[in-house]
Design a protein around this ligand. Structure first.
Ligand SMILES: Cc1cc2nc3c(=O)[nH]c(=O)nc-3n(C[C@H](O)[C@H](O)[C@H](O)COP(=O)(O)O)c2cc1C
Length: 229
């Protein structure tokens, strides 16, 4: 189903919250390059800006974990770049910014924000609404977690592991998530954003709230937001 909305109405609706719920999907403030059209609840993200300027050595020097976040949503362009850096497609054959054993691409990136939880649809470079609820507080057991405007949740889809031996599945899922998480760390260093990857999660509660299947396993979560102070 396609939903078109008037640009002025959209901007009015988003003036205070940064987003609006339209026909079951959240539409972030649009880039002029994109039309406000939703395909089956998916919201197109702006085209990622892939020509960053900071040198890798400086980003590595600045990479660190932060546990204090200032409230305030990130612009949709930043969210778009963040997700692409995390685990976007960087080659015409569909391969990604992080390596995966046997190219299984088994990790799904979910993004929890105040307005809802979304799956990053990598092929469409869009957000698919999963739950229209603020699940940020459930993405970790530490108090600062709910203050971060974005909590990424890395979920291993075991059905994508194919014939990987059972005892290697969780090793691979952990390694793959580590690469993605480090991409996010470096992206945050380049943008002056705060981030911390986290294992302290009540996984059964979060999995239930995210409506995950039993063959989907939460590996880690990662806060992203503006630094406090
Ligand atoms: C697998 C993994 C799990 C982690 N879990 C948590 C966590 O649950 N909560 C937290 O505050 N930090 C967590 N961290 C962040 C580490 O505490 C942090 O990386 C470490 O203290 C080193 O600090 P740095 O990242 O600034 O170098 C985790 C890091 C990794 C790699």
């Amino acid at each position: 189903m396609k939903t078109k909305i008037n640009r002025r109405e959209f901007l009015k609706a988003t003036a205070t919250t940064g987003s609006a719920i339209v026909a079951g999907g959240t539409f972030f403030l649009p880039s002029p390059r994109f039309t406000l059209v939703s395909e089956a609840g998916a919201s197109a993200l702006p085209k990622p800006h892939v020509d960053g300027e900071k040198a890798l050595m400086r980003l590595l020097k600045e990479r660190k974990s932060h546990r204090e976040y200032r409230p305030g949503q990130l612009p949709q362009e930043v969210i778009s770049n963040l997700l692409w850096a995390a685990f976007g497609i960087n080659r015409p054959d569909g391969r990604r910014t992080a390596p995966t054993a046997r190219n299984r691409q088994d990790i799904d990136v979910y993004i929890c924000m105040a307005e809802g939880t979304y799956l990053y649809d990598v092929k469409a470079h869009a957000l698919k609404l999963v739950v229209a609820e603020d699940l940020r507080a459930l993405t970790g057991t530490q108090p600062f977690v709910k203050e971060a405007p974005i909590n990424l949740v890395y979920v291993a889809d075991l059905t994508k592991m194919g014939n990987v031996p059972e005892d290697e599945k969780s090793l691979f899922a952990g390694a793959h998530t580590g690469f993605i998480s480090q991409n996010v760390y470096l992206f945050c260093a380049s943008e002056g954003l705060s981030t911390v990857v986290r294992a302290l999660i009540d996984r059964p509660t979060l999995a239930k709230s995210m409506k995950l299947r039993s063959d989907q396993k939460i590996v880690l979560a990662q806060c992203v937001g503006y630094p406090k102070g």
